[in-house]
Design a protein around this ligand. Structure first.
Ligand SMILES: [Zn+2]
Length: 227
């Protein structure tokens, strides 16, 4: 069995459920989720995953933002990308995206098995398989043409990231006393959840709470807007 699962179609609802399960797991393990400071480091603890800042060189397809190497339980963030270092929301989104790959696309038992195998045999030539992620924000993920299964997996990981960082119940809390058609209020919510404004807008549009027409800055109430 490969460490990376064959491509599977997941409906949005299933991806959301999987993200909620992880949040519940963190809650059950008594990990206090500090939303304003970003929740991903708690979740990495829950999953026993590590992060590392390192230069990831470009390959023939261009820049790589981050990668996950399942057998090492390691997420590497590209320290050459200054925005990734300086923008906490983008950093959160990227780590949550990699957690998405871990939860959706990786045979986790197989990952542990591989580590044992490597420890047992120094001569074993185990091919290191990893996800190389080029787009880890909402700004460009919707532009992916979803033609190949790798791209669909990238979309799934990013959708998972949105559900994880902005769960429905948390958005309901944040919207109290606010008007989602006012930019200032949206920026305040993005700040409270430690996400980028693009993360938030994409998520709210997906939920049908708001919509913004292309090329416009005007925010409209979506079909599922709750006053
Ligand atoms: Zn990815």
């Amino acid at each position: 069995m490969s460490i990376i699962k064959p491509y599977t179609f997941y409906p949005k609802q299933i991806i959301e459920e999987k993200a909620n399960q992880l949040l519940t797991q963190a809650k059950n393990d008594n990990y206090p989720l500090n939303w304003g400071a970003g929740i991903t480091h708690h979740l990495l603890d829950v999953l026993d995953l590590n992060t590392l800042w390192e230069i990831i060189p470009n390959d023939n397809q261009g820049q790589i933002v981050a990668k996950i190497e399942p057998s090492k339980r390691l997420i590497t963030l590209n320290e050459n990308i200054s925005e990734l270092k300086n923008n906490k929301g983008f950093q959160q989104s990227t780590i949550a995206h990699e957690i998405g790959h871990w939860e959706l696309h990786i045979n986790q038992d197989e990952g542990d098995g591989l580590i044992q195998q490597l420890e047992l045999s120094l001569n074993s030539l185990t091919e290191e398989k990893s996800f190389l992620c080029r787009v880890t924000g909402e700004e460009n993920i919707h532009k992916i043409k979803l033609k190949i299964q790798d791209d669909r997996r990238e979309w799934q990981a990013q959708y998972f990231a949105g559900c994880l960082l902005m769960p429905d119940y948390k958005l309901h809390e944040c919207r109290k006393g606010r008007d989602l058609t006012i930019w200032k209020h949206l920026y305040a919510i993005a700040d409270e959840l430690c996400v980028t404004i693009s993360n938030l807008i994409y998520r709210l549009q997906n939920l049908g709470w708001i919509y913004i027409t292309k090329g416009s800055k005007q925010i409209y109430k979506g079909p599922k807007y709750i006053s």
